[in-house]
Design a protein around this ligand. Structure first.
Ligand SMILES: Cc1cc2nc3c(=O)[nH]c(=O)nc-3n(C[C@H](O)[C@H](O)[C@H](O)COP(=O)(O)O)c2cc1C
Length: 225
């Protein structure tokens, strides 16, 4: 990268403040900023360094609007079902979820104004999917795509851009394929709307503590550093 000023945000700070930002301003994102975000994505590791992913930076207003219509239909169905499932849940969880859903409604209702949507695609034929024969859902292929998505999210964080990883458009992949002229066998993995945040943007996140997530040597053995 020509300019190192963007390395100034520490990586730990970036990670612990990289929350989902769904309220985005329509202001355009300067080309060099977008290029840095995409370059960060390109640095991600992939199995065999094959890089079986591509990203389409969708800026065409008609296409973003069409993606937005598809997204809003999926979001409203998801949101209705999600809130119904919380019937009887603790008040604190209901309130947190309601805040997330309100932000999600905002994104769905304003999707057409999003300056850029990054649609990440992948080619399953280019991947060594080492868990494909297991009798459960296969996840290894995703490991050659989502690190690139995460790098793009972190770069957005460093650039002061809001963003959120979304996957609802994968439910309507044939429509997205046709809109964006994605050739077979390429498929879609995520759509990341990005833009400068309406309010504060990134900030604190709520996550389980390491003590609940990490073990020492064997499953369920308490981890100590
Ligand atoms: C695999 C995956 C799929 C997601 N899909 C969506 C989505 O379709 N729409 C959305 O608004 N957020 C989506 N999210 C964002 C999550 O809801 C968000 O990361 C999570 O609630 C944590 O929020 P926080 O980072 O603000 O704490 C997705 C996140 C991941 C990792």
């Amino acid at each position: 990268m020509a300019d190192t000023a963007y390395d100034e945000l520490g990586v730990y700070t970036a990670m612990r403040t990289l929350r989902a930002v769904r309220r985005l301003r329509p202001d355009p994102i300067p080309g060099p900023v977008l290029e840095r975000v995409l370059e960060a994505a390109s640095w991600a590791p992939t199995g065999g360094n094959v890089q079986p992913w591509r990203v389409i930076a969708v800026r065409d207003r008609t296409l973003v609007k069409q993606l937005g219509e598809l997204y809003a239909a999926r979001w409203h169905a998801y949101s209705k079902q999600h809130m119904a499932q919380l019937e009887g849940a603790p008040e604190e969880l209901r309130a947190r979820t309601a805040r997330m859903l309100a932000a999600g409604d905002y994104l769905a209702d304003h999707f057409a104004e999003t300056p850029v949507v990054l649609v990440f695609c992948f080619n399953p034929k280019l991947m060594a999917i080492t868990d494909i024969k297991q009798s459960r859902v296969s996840v290894v292929g995703g490991a050659s795509i989502y690190p690139a998505v995460e790098n793009a999210l972190l770069a957005c964080r460093a650039e002061g851009l809001g963003c959120v990883l979304t996957t609802l458009l994968c439910e309507v992949e044939p429509e997205v394929r046709s809109l964006l002229a994605i050739p077979e066998p390429w498929a879609t993995a995520a759509a990341v709307p990005i833009g400068y945040p309406v309010a504060r943007g990134h900030g604190p996140i709520t996550r389980r503590p390491v003590a609940k997530l990490a073990f020492s040597d064997r499953w369920d053995h308490v981890f100590r550093g």
